[in-house]
Design a protein around this ligand. Structure first.
Ligand code: ATP
Ligand code: LTN
Length: 332
């Protein structure tokens, strides 16, 4: 039998999961569990590049694990783990940092954005963050890395680092491909359709744990467009708010833009906005309820992350040993 291809991704437990995370990343992961051998983790090491409250970080890490499972990532079929429980991530990160150039890291847009946002704490970890991400990925030799569009640059840097290492030492790393969904790759804020949906603008951000009434209210208040055309038409340039709502609707219902335009022909935003809200509520309600149930089952979650870390460590160690040998560290 042909071996399954490998898929890997992670999300930082630095905030509560939102619709952008779900549609841009997790939904895609869950849709493909049978086709691939999958590794999904909570990128907790990454979160401390920005100051975190320790109790909140612990709570969000466990909530995120519960949400992964509730979104359809079955721990029997996927390896689910916390990054900090697998020491090989930090170990490989050091080695790779010696094969990454200062100039490359300086060009990363996420570094530029985050250092502008956190001027009082531009720490070395924030700068070297993409190297840790490269280590996260390369340890598991994945074929694909499913992420939202904003992470493409980091996956490309990972490929460059891997190619550089391979060109010196032979075929150590598989060169991974970013895997970006067609619908949902970039969900914009409901109140700020020019910016990606983000927890830092909570009014325009739909959280997975929001109750039905809150979600409905956020969609009712969504910004549409200023041309007063009141017509549901996919035109991201002139009608970014409407296009964003259409891509959310397309992503949760599986309908095409033409089908959506037909469905709402002659009906205006007053009908369209609540309909998108309802479709999102129907998608998120079962996820929220299952997450709430799982969070209470601490023993189960503990078993999942213990087994996940064990499996992940076993695979990660194989790659790390190979790397250590290649660079010339004495082997035990
Ligand atoms: P922040 O809210 O601070 O911008 P974030 O929610 O983007 O953070 P990340 O950990 O950066 O959190 O993102 C996790 C995953 O979700 C990544 O794969 C990212 O590409 C995807 N993602 C995040 N926001 C969106 C969005 N608005 N649309 C589509 N995908 C997104
Ligand atoms: N940088 C990502 C989170 C992340 C990740 C990874 C994604 C850390 N390590 C490895 C894919 C693969 C983010 O901020 N969204």
């Amino acid at each position: 039998m042909e071996e399954k291809k490998i898929m890997l991704s992670g999300i930082q437990p630095s905030g509560d999961l939102h619709l952008g995370n779900y549609l841009g990343a997790i939904k895609n992961w869950a849709d493909r569990v049978d086709e691939f051998d999958c590794y999904y983790f909570m990128a907790d090491l990454h979160t401390i590049t920005v100051r975190q409250n320790p109790a909140d970080l612990r709570r969000r890490s466990m909530q995120q694990l519960a949400a992964y499972i509730a979104c359809g990532l079955d721990p029997e079929k996927n390896t689910l783990f916390l990054q900090s429980m697998v020491p090989q991530h930090a170990q490989l990160s050091w080695v790779l940092s010696c094969y990454t150039q200062f100039g490359e890291l300086s060009r990363m847009t996420q570094f530029k954005d985050k250092s502008a946002k956190h001027k009082d704490n531009i720490n070395a970890g924030l700068f070297t963050y993409p190297v840790l991400m490269a280590a996260d990925i390369l340890l598991y030799q994945p074929h694909y890395v499913p992420v939202g569009a904003d992470q493409k640059q980091h996956v490309e840097l990972t490929r460059d680092i891997a190619q550089r290492f391979n060109s010196i030492y032979g075929d150590v790393f598989r060169i991974p491909e970013p895997y970006i969904p067609k619908a949902g790759a970039r969900i914009y804020g409901l109140t700020t359709p020019g910016d990606k949906m983000s927890k830092s603008i909570p009014e325009g951000c739909v959280f997975i744990m929001d109750d039905d009434a809150t979600i409905a209210r956020k969609f009712k208040r969504a910004v549409t467009d200023s041309d007063r055309e009141n017509c549901v038409r996919f035109d991201p340039e002139n009608k970014p708010g409407v296009a964003n709502l259409m891509s959310i609707y397309a992503s949760v219902t599986g309908k095409t833009y033409e089908e959506i335009e037909k469905e709402f022909e002659g009906q205006g935003y007053g009908v369209f906005k609540p309909a998108v809200g309802e479709a999102v509520i129907d998608t998120l309600r079962p996820i929220r309820e299952e997450t709430e149930r799982l969070i209470k089952d601490k023993a189960y979650l503990e078993q999942v992350y213990r087994e996940g870390a064990q499996k992940a460590s076993y695979i990660a160690n194989k790659t790390l040993r190979k790397v250590y040998k290649k660079v010339g560290f004495v082997q035990i």
